[in-house]
Design a protein around this ligand. Structure first.
Ligand code: SF4
Length: 353
C-alpha cells in the first residue's frame, strides 16, 4: 500500500498583488508595481514551504496578501477550505484565528506600552469572551510553550532581549491555536547565536501542534534545514518550486542555480562540483518587468524566445516545477542550446547517481 500523502492545507492559485502608480497633475493611474504577478503553490498540512529570493522579489508581499493584510489584486488563496481572498469582512474576522503571522522585527511589532500579558492576550480579547483568569492561564500556558519564564508576565517589551521578544511574537501568534502561520523573515533581525534557538522552537512547535508554515527568508541555509519544499522567487514570480533536497543538490532554473551557488555546501562531493555564478546587472523594476522571462536581462543562458514569451511554471520532473524555456518544448524547438542544456543535465544526473 502507498504511504498516505497529507492533503494540502493551503492552495495559492495565480495570486497577483499589483500596487497602482498614480502620477501627473490629475493623479491619473499610469501603471502598476507588479510586486506579485501570478504565484501558485500548495503547502501540505503539517509541512513547511520555504519562500526564498533576493529582497524586493515580492516574497513578503505574498505572505501578507495570503493573510489579507493586503487586498490581493487577483487569485485564490484557499486555507483550510476557505478562499481567504474573497471572504467578507465578517467571515474573514472569524477565519483570522486559524491563520497567523510571525513578523520579522519583534521590536517593531510589539506595542512598547503593553506588558507581555497584554500583548499575548490581545487576540483572546478580540476573539473570545473568556474571563480575565482564563486568559491569564492561557498566557502562562503559551509562555511555557515558547520557553519564557512565567515571572516575566508583567514586563514590557524593552525589558526583553531580541530572541525573547520574538518568542513573545510567537506566543501571540499561537494564542488562538492557528493551523497555518506565515513566518516572515522571523530570524533576520536576531543575532546569529539566537537564530538557531528560534528556528528550533518553531520546529518543535510544528511537531507538537501540527502547524503548517510558509517560511519566508533570504537565508537559504536556514530554509534548507526547515522546509520540505522550497519556492524560489524572482521579480514577483516563482522561478522554481522543488523538494528541498533536490533543489539544493541540483537546482534547475538558472536563477536558482546562481542563488544557490553562493550557499555553503556541506557535502564535499557536491561542493567540489559547484562553481560560483555571479549575476551581472540589476534586478529590473517590478513597475516595468521584461516582456518575456523576468530573468532574461541577467540570465547566463538567455535565448531569443526568452525576450518575448513568458515561461509557465511546469512540472519538468516528478515534484519539480520550473519556469524556464530550457525545459519546455517551446524553448527546445529550434534552439540547440536548450536541448544541449537538457542533455548536459541528463549526463550530470547519470554521473551523480
Ligand atoms: Fe534564462 Fe530563458 Fe530560462 Fe528565463 S526562460 S531563465 S531567460 S533560459
Amino acid at each position: 500500500m502507498l504511504d498516505a500523502q497529507p492533503a494540502p492545507l493551503v492552495q495559492v492559485q495565480d495570486l497577483k498583488m499589483h500596487f497602482p502608480i498614480y502620477s501627473g497633475l490629475f493623479r491619473r493611474h499610469t501603471g502598476d508595481v507588479k510586486a506579485v504577478d501570478g504565484v501558485s503553490f500548495d503547502i501540505l498540512a503539517g509541512q513547511t514551504l520555504g519562500l526564498v529570493g533576493e529582497s524586493g522579489c515580492g516574497k513578503s508581499t505574498v505572505g501578507r496578501a495570503m493573510l489579507r493584510l493586503y487586498e490581493p489584486t487577483a487569485g485564490r488563496v484557499v486555507i483550510d477550505g476557505d478562499d481567504v481572498a474573497t471572504l467578507s469582512p465578517e467571515a474573514l474576522r472569524k477565519k483570522r484565528p486559524t491563520m497567523q503571522m510571525v513578523f520579522q522585527d519583534p521590536q517593531a511589532s510589539l506595542n512598547p506600552r503593553m506588558t507581555l500579558a497584554d500583548i499575548v492576550s490581545e487576540p483572546l480579547d478580540e476573539h473570545t469572551n473568556w474571563t480575565r483568569d482564563q486568559k491569564l492561564e492561557r498566557v502562562y500556558d503559551l509562555m511555557d510553550q515558547v520557553g519564557l519564564n512565567r515571572r516575566f508576565v508583567n514586563r514590557f517589551p524593552h525589558e526583553f532581549s531580541g530572541g525573547q521578544r520574538q518568542r513573545i511574537g510567537i506566543a501571540r501568534a499561537l494564542a488562538l491555536k492557528p493551523r497555518f502561520i506565515v513566518c516572515d523573515e522571523p530570524i533576520a533581525a536576531l543575532d546569529v547565536s539566537i537564530q538557531a534557538q528560534v528556528v528550533n522552537l518553531l520546529e518543535d512547535l510544528q511537531e507538537k501542534l501540527g502547524l503548517t508554515y510558509l517560511f519566508i527568508s533570504h537565508d537559504l541555509s536556514m530554509v534548507r534545514h526547515l522546509a520540505q519544499r522550497v519556492a524560489v522567487m524572482y521579480l514577483g514570480r516563482i522561478a522554481e518550486l522543488s523538494p528541498s533536497k533536490d533543489l539544493y543538490a541540483r537546482p534547475l532554473h538558472p536563477y536558482a542555480e546562481a542563488l544557490l551557488s553562493a550557499v555553503n555546501e556541506p557535502d564535499p562531493v557536491l561542493a567540489a562540483q559547484r562553481k560560483r555564478i555571479i549575476l551581472k546587472g540589476d534586478v529590473p523594476s517590478p513597475a516595468n518587468p521584461p516582456r518575456g522571462c523576468n530573468f532574461c536581462t541577467r540570465c547566463p543562458r538567455v535565448m531569443d524566445i526568452c525576450q518575448t514569451v513568458k515561461p509557465d511554471l511546469v512540472e519538468v520532473e516528478p515534484g519539480r516545477l520550473v519556469a524556464c524555456h530550457l525545459y519546455t518544448a517551446a524553448g527546445s524547438t529550434g534552439t540547440s542550446e536548450a536541448s544541449e542544456h537538457k542533455k548536459h543535465e541528463r549526463i550530470q544526473q547519470g554521473e551523480t547517481r
